[in-house]
Design a protein around this ligand. Structure first.
Ligand SMILES: [Zn+2]
Length: 325
């Protein structure tokens, strides 16, 4: 049971271009959901959008709510809800939590979106029967979160879990958004598959896969082409999964969690992804007992962030005990 007896909490996914708000019950089910676009990144405008849509969702839930949890990219002081740095909004030290508390008169908890998604999958999704769990979300970047011994690991500066920025190919890798070469994220995020395909173009002069327009082709199209046996796509998929396996094996070496769950667009490849990855991860895992870390596909999909943010509100912050699942 969570800290409160209220049946609902509000979970908010605050992205760069939209805000999605859900009322979530104590079983982790979304009972109401609305979203709005964000067009102006000024703090006042973003606060207005959040307040407007949250009030609408609150009005549709008749019973009192435990509080409001918000997940957003960047470095966030989860103890106060202050945004230290937001890459989407280019905010530095913005007291978002304080502003929303004044307006919404409810407890407000804010944390990094990937940490929220991890909490969601751990509490209600694929990680619910574990105590040591890692989520890797393979999208435009690699978001991550670590549950160790039943606790969401935040680190000294609340920057723990940035698994995407450990370097796996510092000498011959792609340039990462963070400025380093060959970060796990640059090599193995969903967009990494496009980079691998582009890098292999000279070896496949007759390939029609990219047609000179790699930026317009999604990673899903490359993966589907690989599934149908396209030579160029298969070679890209091979290099991509090689790098993904390398990073995952490093996570196993550091944490040996019961489950590493893969979310984000690439994870929709399901068995095609796992069947390629698992033997490679096993081959690179030298010290952890064989089979002690399972690789799985995350189950909450795009809802993980909202559900996890609501879980944070049920728990009264990023605390250790699970909500009543
Ligand atoms: Zn990086």
């Amino acid at each position: 049971m969570g800290k409160t007896e209220e049946h609902f909490a509000i979970g908010i996914d605050l992205g760069g271009s939209h805000v999605a708000v859900a009322a979530v019950d104590q079983q982790g089910k979304i009972v109401e959901h609305e979203s709005l676009d964000i067009t102006d990144h000024a703090l006042d405008s973003v606060v207005e959008v959040i307040v407007k849509i949250t009030k609408r969702v609150l009005a549709s839930v008749k019973e009192p709510v435990a509080g409001i949890g918000i997940g957003s990219p960047g470095n966030i002081d989860a103890s106060t809800g202050s945004i230290r740095y937001s890459p989407n909004f280019q905010w530095h030290d913005v007291p978002l939590g304080e502003r929303l508390r004044e307006r919404l008169k409810l407890p407000i908890f804010i944390a990094n979106d990937a940490r929220c998604a991890t909490l969601g999958e751990y509490t209600y999704g694929i990680g619910r029967d574990t105590s040591d769990f890692v989520l890797l979300t393979l999208g435009t970047g690699i978001g991550g979160g670590i549950i160790s011994g039943g606790q969401l690991h935040l680190g000294a500066g609340m920057g723990a879990g940035e698994v995407g920025h450990h370097q796996i190919r510092p000498s011959d890798g792609f340039v990462c958004g963070c400025g380093k070469i060959g970060c796990f994220e640059a090599q193995a995020a969903g967009t990494g598959l496009i980079r691998h395909a582009k890098a292999l173009e000279p070896s496949f002069p007759k390939s029609l896969l990219l047609q000179g327009k790699p930026d317009q082709l999604g990673s899903k199209a490359i993966r589907r082409a690989a599934e149908t046996g396209d030579g160029h796509a298969l070679a890209a998929w091979k290099n991509y999964t090689r790098d993904l396996a390398l990073g995952i094996a490093n996570v196993v070496a550091f944490l040996n969690p019961q489950i590493i769950a893969l979310g984000g667009g690439v994870s929709s490849a399901g068995a095609f992804l796992l069947d390629t990855l698992i033997p490679q991860v096993c081959a690179l895992t030298t010290m952890a007992p064989a089979g002690s870390t399972r690789l799985e596909i995350a189950t909450l999909g795009n809802d993980a962030g909202m559900i996890g943010a609501a879980t944070m509100a049920f728990q009264g912050g990023l605390v250790t005990q699970k909500a009543n699942a």
